[in-house]
Design a binder for this molecule. Structure first.
Ligand SMILES: O=c1ccn([C@@H]2O[C@H](COP(=O)(O)O)[C@@H](O)[C@H]2O)c(=O)[nH]1
Length: 370
């Protein structure tokens, strides 16, 4: 690879993270989940079929546009209608692109490398029929089974979210299991996933493009999981808030010390307020505010524990004029400062120093997040 190619590759590899971060800076850390549950379609007065799912998706998109950083489509809830369901998802994704909304397709897939490579053709390559900005993946065939697919995503300026600690409490028994051999022996399954994902983000300025899924419901299991979200520099997609029971205090516990890279995805707590777009919009705005406040306080938690806070330069309202929405919309990259040491389990420190190296310590982050 020559220098220009290498440069292009670096730009492409960081593109999704930069776009998502700019959107989070503009609209806050909420992702609106578009899950056309059959009960909701009936409640909204739609047919329980592909057309109903599409109409539902279009309404949710309108409520999300300008109020949330991204939307997440629940793929199996379209797939259940067969080819018509896929066509509905295709059109909803096309509409989202036209509206400038960042899209995640929650396909939660995993498999042998050659098999999952087909997902890049379906969702991530420029001529993909269901082109999305990112997809979700399951790592339980081993993280390396996903390596080529992750590479395809990055080379096309797109991203992935890989399940590390899922929001269903049953998941923790598998995810906190200790690896017996292979990569990361002696560490939990979830830790190995987080570390392998972080490797892709190392060296990327600002937020990376390889994300994790960490449920907001699993506060009591965080230590057991072996995962420390505060040292991860890619985006973290967090389901579980609202309908599944997680509250603001849980976001503060799970994401203590994170640096503006948590994207909370909320579906039923918004869609259950439909079908009126004004009601959906109100629910979106209200949840967006609560989530933003909770994550801001989660960031502060770490500051209280002695991590020095760099000086901020704000105007009287506490906003940094240099980081106005317009400025960020112009694509100005986030400012990074050198990393700050973080507490890890001693075994983790010796074996996996690099997991700890890339804290995003952003002097302007307060004013950007508030
Ligand atoms: O660990 C996970 C991974 C994915 N999800 C998905 O997120 C949404 C949550 O919807 P709510 O209605 O806000 O509960 C849904 O699509 C799940 O399949 C998850 O919940 N947990």
């Amino acid at each position: 690879m020559n220098n220009t190619e290498a440069q292009t590759s670096i730009v492409q590899r960081s593109e999704f993270g930069k776009r998502l971060k700019a959107s989070m800076d503009l609209y806050g850390p909420l992702c609106v989940g578009i899950d056309p549950h059959r009960k909701l379609l009936a409640k909204w007065g739609y047919n329980v079929d592909a057309q109903g799912a599409e109409l539902f998706a279009m309404r949710m998109l309108q409520a999300a546009q300008g109020r949330a950083a991204a939307v997440k489509f629940q793929m199996p809830m379209f797939e259940r209608y067969g080819s018509k369901g896929f066509a509905a998802l295709e059109r909803a994704l096309f509409a989202a692109r036209q509206m400038g909304v960042i899209t995640i397709v929650d396909c939660l897939r995993g498999g042998l490398p050659t098999t999952v490579s087909a997902l890049a053709d379906a969702y991530l390559k420029p001529d993909a029929p269901m082109l999305a900005d990112a997809i979700t993946l399951l790592p339980y065939y081993g993280f390396r089974s996903l390596t080529n697919l992750v590479g395809d995503a990055l080379e096309n300026g797109r991203g992935v979210f890989i399940a590390s600690v899922t929001s269903n409490t049953e998941g923790i028994s598998l995810q906190s299991a200790i690896r017996q051999r292979g990569d990361f022996p002696g560490q939990t399954v979830a830790y190995g996933v987080a570390h392998a994902a972080q490797n892709f983000n190392d060296g990327v300025e600002g937020m990376g493009s390889v994300g994790l899924i960490i449920g907001a419901t699993i506060g009591q299991w965080m230590k057991t999981s072996g995962v420390d979200p505060s040292v991860f520099t890619g985006p973290i997609l967090s389901p579980g808030y609202g309908w599944q029971g997680a509250e603001a205090k849980d976001l503060k516990t799970v994401f203590k010390g994170t640096k503006g890279n948590v994207l909370v995805t909320v579906s039923r707590s918004i869609s259950s307020k439909g079908p009126e777009i004004s009601d959906l919009a109100m629910a979106t705005e209200s949840i967006a505010l609560d989530v933003r406040q909770a994550l801001y306080e989660a960031m502060e938690e770490n500051d209280k524990e002695g991590v020095p806070e760099p000086p901020t330069h704000t105007d009287n309202d506490g906003h940094d004029p240099a980081l106005s929405a317009a400025n960020l919309a112009d694509g100005h990259p986030p400012v990074s400062t050198p990393s700050t040491p973080h507490q890890l389990h001693p075994q983790q420190v010796t074996q996996h120093q690099s997991y700890n190296r890339f804290l995003i310590s952003d002097p302007n982050r307060r004013s950007r997040i508030i």
